[in-house]
Design a protein around this ligand. Structure first.
Ligand code: GTP
Ligand code: MG
Length: 457
């Protein structure tokens, strides 16, 4: 990836909107935009840094749009290079025209994530902060955004750096002992090393404690709606989404393919999956749908097992209870609007299960159901203001590798193994920690991480 040229991209969506932004970064950003920009007050070159200037973008004297331009001089910018941002009216046509003009001046169209990649490669942010930028752009809930913001502030980076310092100082003692075996002074006091390694292990374990929950907070809790045909799964899906997303009919076996949609409940992201009703059937398409239901059920974080409260409980309903994990399931008794305030007479039969009475049709009980979903999801913890949580698989995997290597080093010390073995384990632990913050990450992996970004970020 080149770092010495000037890149440009549209940073806002291509839809008619109040404002649109074009970003230009690199050592030619100022002269390039200068050619296209006229202000009665000043020129871009003479402009103070971080100050908005009003003016016009023109193409050889033909006016294109009235704009605000801001110059952020190196190194006080996102990429640490000279960055010029042009705020124009948010018409896709105007945005494309201005971008084309900048490209004609010699800028190169930025690749996905290239601005953030430059910020990373120039040391402005570490890899966890770059990933936090991506998470903020895609944040689907208040809590997800809060975790990303903490990470963007560098909290995870600093936590990892602290552990690294512990391991580095231990590794240097061990390596000094290897290098100067004839010295009288013993560099490496095994007890002291052991203590430091134990501290580092505890620190990593603390980071990992909430990693799975952090992952769900970031990606959304998988909630699967199951039940026999016609109990109202799709109706409930639509009520929770507050839109008519899934097809609802009186015919059993309406839903064939499962449908996934995201929704935010009390600040948490949930991914709801409506499934094909489970029953014995000879219909080929329906059978395939039911097979998929079992598949998505196996990946569920939480399950809503839906029953028709207006009908008798039958064998098809009962067999579903054997498929679920009780602690992760809420039993939903739907269609209570048909019961005029009564509970079904089989209510006692399912009393050992957490249940909620609702009507997907009238919305009765749905607030209560949302509260229960929130409570169940947060049983695994809710991040506090100052807590550091790992929230992505890559970070989790690397932290686990670092921990395994440290535990091996500890075992080596306890079993009085040679210093060489301990040094190797400490090095591999340092590599894994370096991976988290992006110091030892391969170019290949970096390329893959940044390609998930959008153009202009
Ligand atoms: N009275 C009443 N009818 C409901 C309620 N919820 C769903 N229904 C009706 O029950 C029928 C089946 O609803 P669906 O939401 O399609 O049921 P489903 O479980 O998705 O069915 P399949 O996709 O066939 O498995 C429709 O006629 C709905 O209008 C409710 O709370 N009250
Ligand atoms: Mg359905």
């Amino acid at each position: 990836m080149r770092l010495d040229d000037t890149i440009a991209a549209i940073a806002t969506p291509l839809q008619p909107s109040g404002l649109g932004v074009i970003r230009v970064s690199g050592n030619q950003a100022v002269p390039m935009v200068e050619q296209l920009f006229k202000s009665s007050n000043t020129t871009l070159k003479k402009s103070e840094t971080h100050k908005l200037i009003q003016g016009w973008i023109h193409d050889d004297g033909k006016l294109i749009d009235k704009v605000l331009v801001v110059l952020m001089r190196s190194p006080r910018s996102y990429t640490t290079e000279d960055v010029v941002e042009i705020q124009c009216h948010g018409s896709p046509f105007i945005l494309r025209t201005i971008l084309d003009l900048v490209l004609r001046q010699g800028a190169r169209l930025a690749e996905a994530g290239e601005f953030t990649q430059r910020a990373f490669l120039h040391g402005r942010i570490d890899l966890t902060q770059a990933e936090a930028v991506l998470d903020l752009v895609h944040a689907g809930s208040v809590v997800g955004a809060r975790l990303a913001a903490q990470q963007l502030r560098g909290k995870l980076y600093h936590a990892i750096e602290e552990v690294k310092q512990q391991v580095v100082s231990t590794a240097s003692l061990v390596e000094a002992t290897i290098e100067f075996p004839e010295e009288d002074t013993e560099f490496m006091h095994r007890d002291e090393c052991l203590q430091r390694i134990e501290q580092a292990c505890t620190d990593i374990e603390n980071l990992l404690v909430h990693a799975d929950q952090g992952l769900r907070m970031r990606e959304g809790f998988n909630v699967v709606l199951i039940g026999r045909p016609n109990v109202g799964k799709s109706s409930l899906m639509n009520t929770l989404l507050r839109e008519q997303r899934a097809i609802v009919t009186t015919i059993p076996g309406t839903t064939r393919d499962y449908i996934e949609e995201s929704v935010q409940i009390k600040g948490l992201a949930f991914r709801l999956t409506d499934t094909a009703g489970i029953r014995h059937t000879k219909d080929l398409i329906e059978t395939e749908g039911i097979r998929q239901t079992h598949n998505v059920l196996s990946r569920a974080d939480l399950v809503l097992l839906i029953l028709d409260a207006s009908e008798k409980l039958n064998d098809e309903d009962l067999s579903l209870f054997s498929e679920i994990i009780k602690e992760r399931t809420i039993t939903v008794l739907n269609k209570i609007d048909l019961l005029s305030g009564r509970k079904p007479d089989w209510y006692k039969e399912i009393s050992g299960n957490e249940s909620v009475l609702i009507s997907a049709k009238t919305g009765d009980g749905c607030d209560e159901l949302e509260s229960r979903l929130f409570d169940k999801a947060t049983q695994g913890g809710l991040p506090q203001e100052d807590e550091i949580w790992i929230t992505n698989r890559r970070q989790k995997q690397a932290a686990e590798q670092a921990l395994v290597a440290l535990l091996q080093a500890r075992e080596g010390l306890e079993q009085s193994k040679g210093e060489e073995f301990i040094a190797v384990d400490l090095r591999s632990s340092l590599n894994a920690l370096g991976d988290i913050v992006g110091q030892t990450t391969s170019d290949d992996l970096l390329g893959r991480i940044f390609s998930d970004f959008c153009i202009g970020k």
